[in-house]
Design a protein around this ligand. Structure first.
Ligand code: UDP
Length: 469
């Protein structure tokens, strides 16, 4: 009997679940492909909202919807990120639990055996549910190790009087945070419309779920950029941390992933690629995008526009529907109107799209810099293409990443504390044609080489860990 069991190898299956944000789905699905390539069974549980298209992923991946019911605030451009996260956690809790339990029952009858669940590191409800169902849990963080460390410290920083940040005094804001070098007080936290207690309670829910249920943290980062942060994180959490990034780079070299495996919540406007081909010298165009969630107010948006116009630099600008606070919520598909006269002023020199094929854009020879909100995926994508950055962080982990881009890796500079057209034009020109920009381009080229050298060894370690569970 024992011999028979030995002969009959059960397939180990990993169940993955991501919150339905672009910046979370991308790395989770890349991780799914990589685990599949390494011989593990993979089932992706997903929300109906922003559901992945199985046709864009390797044939062996199974996709199972959890059929959640989302309240309006989970997806409204009016909601801030914390409201969205709390609403998604509440809405996914029971459907995720139900879907995972069904899967466990079905697997019990099959030859498959669920080895573990890899759950979105912001979805404390799913981590807890998986733990309660007796499934080993790994948390996938889609931010950097530095940002995650800082997040976990938020309740402590509040108790120490750092948060909420009081007053607007520059000296106070610029005070260094020795424990979190190179961060300053001003990089600690910014979520408009949320109070510190709400934020601390969310952080406590994540931290409790991690401590109670998780057997390891998976991060889309790599040693060359975050070695010391990773080792601090491991010792603070007493958990193994697997730095398996840059996931988009490692998964694109995996043979089973289709060439166009990008999971996009909006249809990219591919017309910008021939436009980039067309007569733009190498490194002459600035690419501008604030990601899939960040909004700015109308005044800031107009200053960005007129700053770009004034800079004289060719640009490709992603203006997403809903990217100006309070504009366009009624018609989710229409991007906000550009300032009057802007298109005439920049005709032939700029292109505005609703959504870009960002990785291909960043890989294009004409792109000289990326004006970014410093979402972690965007930052990694820029690093991997050797494109220096102009940073305009908006909320959450973006301030931490922006600080690393500018002060730790030296591959970027701030657009400006205040977004004003004169300063914007100056920053764009400095980056594109100035000496500082040239230095940053050189450093970005080096960082790209380090990223390209990232191997799959952390992924091998992760697979070994999964098989040991
Ligand atoms: N993205 C894209 N086209 C766009 C803007 C963004 O494909 O026009 C992708 C980008 O490549 C990245 C993701 O959307 O993978 C955004 O994730 P990130 O973590 O940078 O920011 P978030 O949207 O979560 O704030």
């Amino acid at each position: 009997m024992a011999g028979q069991e030995q002969q009959h190898q059960r397939r180990r299956v990993v169940v993955l679940f991501s919150l339905p944000f672009q910046g979370h789905l991308n790395p989770m699905l890349k991780l799914a492909s990589l685990l599949h390539t390494r011989g593990l069974g993979v089932t992706v549980l997903h929300t109906d909202f922003n559901a992945p298209d199985p046709a864009r992923h390797p044939a062996g991946l199974a996709f199972v919807p959890i059929h959640e019911t989302l309240p309006g605030e989970a997806t409204s451009p009016d909601s801030n990120i914390l409201t969205k996260l709390l609403a998604l956690n509440a809405a996914c809790d029971a459907p995720f639990r139900h879907a995972l339990a069904s899967l466990l029952r079905a697997r019990h009858r099959d030859d498959d055996d669920v080895a573990c669940a890899v759950v979105d590191g912001q979805c404390f409800a799913a981590m807890r549910a998986a733990g309660e169902l007796g499934v080993p849990v790994l948390a996938l963080r889609t931010d950097s190790a530095a940002a995650f460390r800082k997040m976990l410290a938020i309740p402590r920083l509040r108790d120490a009087g750092y948060i909420p940040i009081k007053g607007n005094k520059k000296e106070k804001l610029d005070e260094p945070m020795p424990e979190f070098e190179p961060l300053r007080v001003r990089d600690l936290i910014r979520v408009e419309g949320s109070d510190t207690d709400e934020i601390c309670s969310f952080v406590a829910s994540v931290a409790d779920a991690v401590r109670a249920t998780v057997s390891g943290i998976v991060l889309n980062t790599f040693e060359a950029v975050e070695a010391s942060e990773l080792s601090k994180l491991q010792s603070e959490l007493s958990l193994p941390a697997f730095a398996v990034g840059p996931l988009h780079l490692l998964s694109s070299s995996s043979s089973q992933a289709p060439a166009e495996a990008e999971q996009s919540v909006h249809e990219p406007d591919r017309g910008c690629l021939p436009w980039l081909d067309d007569g733009h010298p190498p490194r002459s165009v600035i690419y501008v995008s604030l990601g899939s969630l960040a909004c700015v107010d109308r005044v800031v948006f107009d200053e960005m526009a007129w700053g770009l116009a004034r800079s004289g630099v060719p640009f490709l600008w992603v203006v997403r529907p809903g990217s100006i606070t309070g504009v366009g919520e009624d018609d989710g598909e229409a991007p906000p109107p550009l300032p009057e006269g802007f298109e005439e002023e920049t005709r032939g020199r700029g292109r505005v799209v609703k959504w870009a094929p960002q990785r291909e854009v960043l890989a294009h020879a004409s792109i000289g810099a990326f004006w970014t909100h410093c979402g972690w995926n965007s930052t990694l994508e820029s690093v991997c293409e050797g494109v220096p950055m102009l940073v305009q962080p908006c909320f959450g982990d973006q301030m931490v990443t922006a600080r690393y881009v500018t002060h730790e890796w030296g591959v970027g500079m701030e657009v400006g504390e205040v977004i004003e057209r004169g300063r914007v034009a100056e920053a764009v020109a400095k980056m594109m044609v100035g000496e500082d920009g040239a230095l940053m381009k050189e450093r970005a080229r080096h960082l790209k080489m380090e990223a390209s050298a990232a191997t799959g060894s952390a992924m091998d370690g992760l697979v070994r860990h999964i098989l040991s569970l």
